[in-house]
Design a protein around this ligand. Structure first.
Ligand code: ASP
Length: 440
């Protein structure tokens, strides 16, 4: 009987050139349980290089304007030609590229064009590994409105994988019943890896990237931050949602009911243990109060004041229905007796700021309504916070000792995270101060 498989997903840098793909093959061959491989499109080889997916979105623009592919697709084709030549595999890449061009020009769809990066990478890797190629369009399904259909996809993926001992599967996309291609959001090959892990009942989902794991804080802000050895799904959600970008924020959904652990690994440093991500209920207890710190800039806060607000039934609903009307989602909604604040990404208010404020004021007859822009949110995340007294006190002290004006503070109801809002200009200093207090 076959051992439970390991599903491996390799990101763009692991696909960037033939040398990287050779490393990928070594990793796969080092453990016979690594039987299902999900790949991204070729990424950057060096800092100023272009990502294939970006070039393919521009290819779509070229087709939309002129009816046929242009310079951008030439670069895509040359990258993959070079990889095929350097790997020395027997693959009729000219025919595959010609078919791809024809289909892109006929279908005229941005999702179809973008998906071809993963498609071509997977064909090449499959050939090099001598594994079957399994097209994601056949197993990852979207409904007619473009929403991912998880149960249907799981059923057909599981059936298909049962028939295949090995497979290389392109990440990032699937298809609707009419055959049209739909992509996940950017970075979505991580989601494909999760879907395949669930369908294959994997013992672990290895997500191979170009860093040693999740860091406790953004290395562009904090010099040499400590690595996170162990993380829970819930902490991961909070951290990736708040900008820690190692794994797509939605990648956890297919896994969490099945408790499949994720191991973030580095293709270019394969012996490093990486970060293990488990379900909390597996009995893993947190090693420290705060597991990680993450944040994002450019939020706005709508501050609403109305006397006796807490006694008024339906108040919040009226405020939120204005947001719903304008198609705006909010991030947080801290409230007091007579006040309510809505934290919203500033980009969501673009072009409708005044109308939103006027409509809220009118809907609830507010005493005062105010908007503050240019705010950054920073979250400290960790299960350890529920068992420890004084985390918020330490957090506030660290921020005030650093001379930073704390604009807002809110503790998530799960006691898993506390977020603060500070001015955009204080973002980096806040992360550094919190790192010094909780992690260093
Ligand atoms: N190639 C896609 C992107 O660049 C998806 C992925 O790599 O996960 O967003």
């Amino acid at each position: 009987m076959q051992k439970q498989p390991i599903v491996c997903k390799f990101g763009g840098t692991s696909m960037a050139d033939a040398n990287a793909i050779k490393r990928v093959a070594e990793i796969i061959r080092a453990d016979s349980r690594r039987r299902y491989v999900v790949v991204s499109a070729a990424g950057k080889r060096y800092k100023t290089d272009e990502k294939i997916t970006d070039l393919l979105y521009r290819t779509y623009d070229e087709i939309a304007q002129t009816g046929s592919v242009g310079e951008c697709f030439k670069k895509v084709a040359n990258r993959y030609r070079q990889i095929v030549a350097d790997l020395g595999i027997q693959l009729d890449i000219e025919q595959i590229l010609a078919d791809t061009v024809r289909e892109m020009e006929t279908r005229q769809s941005p999702d179809f064009c973008a998906s071809r990066g993963e498609y071509l990478a997977a064909i090449i890797v499959a050939k090099y590994l001598e594994f079957p190629f399994l097209d994601a369009a056949d197993i990852i399904k979207f409904d007619p409105s473009g929403r991912y259909d998880s149960e249907y996809s799981n059923d057909i993926s599981a059936t298909k994988l049962n028939e295949l001992t090995y497979a290389v599967i392109p990440g990032f996309y699937g298809s609707k019943a009419d055959g049209s291609i739909v992509t996940f959001s950017r970075g979505g090959s991580d989601i494909t890896g999760s879907i395949i892990s669930r369908a294959a009942k994997a013992s672990v989902y290895e997500n191979w990237t170009d860093v040693d794991g999740f860091m406790t804080a953004d290395p562009r802000i904090v010099e040499n931050p400590k690595k996170i050895e162990m993380l829970t799904y819930a902490e991961l959600r909070e951290l990736s949602y708040m900008g820690a970008s190692v794994l797509h924020a939605e990648a956890i959904f297919p896994l969490r009911n099945h408790k499949i652990p994720v191991n973030i690994k580095n293709t270019f440093h394969p012996d490093a243990l990486g970060t293990m991500i488990y379900a909390y209920s597996d009995g893993h207890t947190p090693a420290s109060v705060v597991t990680g710190i993450a944040g994002k800039k450019d939020f706005s806060v709508v501050f609403i004041e109305k006397t006796n607000m807490n006694a008024e039934i339906g108040f919040a609903r009226k405020v939120l229905s204005v947001l719903e009307y304008y198609g705006i989602s909010f991030e947080h909604m801290p409230s007091g007796i007579d006040t309510l604040s809505l934290v919203v990404e500033s980009a969501q208010l673009r072009g409708k700021k005044q109308r939103v404020l006027d409509d809220i004021k009118h809907a609830i007859n507010a005493d005062r309504i105010m908007l503050t822009d240019n705010l950054a949110l920073v979250s400290v995340v960790g299960h350890g916070m529920c068992e420890n007294i004084g985390t918020a006190t330490r957090l506030c002290a660290a921020i005030s000792d650093a001379g930073i004006n704390l604009r807002m503070l809110d503790q998530g109801s799960s006691e898993l995270s506390i977020f603060v809002a500070v001015d955009n200009k204080d973002y980096e200093a806040t992360i550094q101060a919190l790192y010094n207090e909780f992690i260093r």
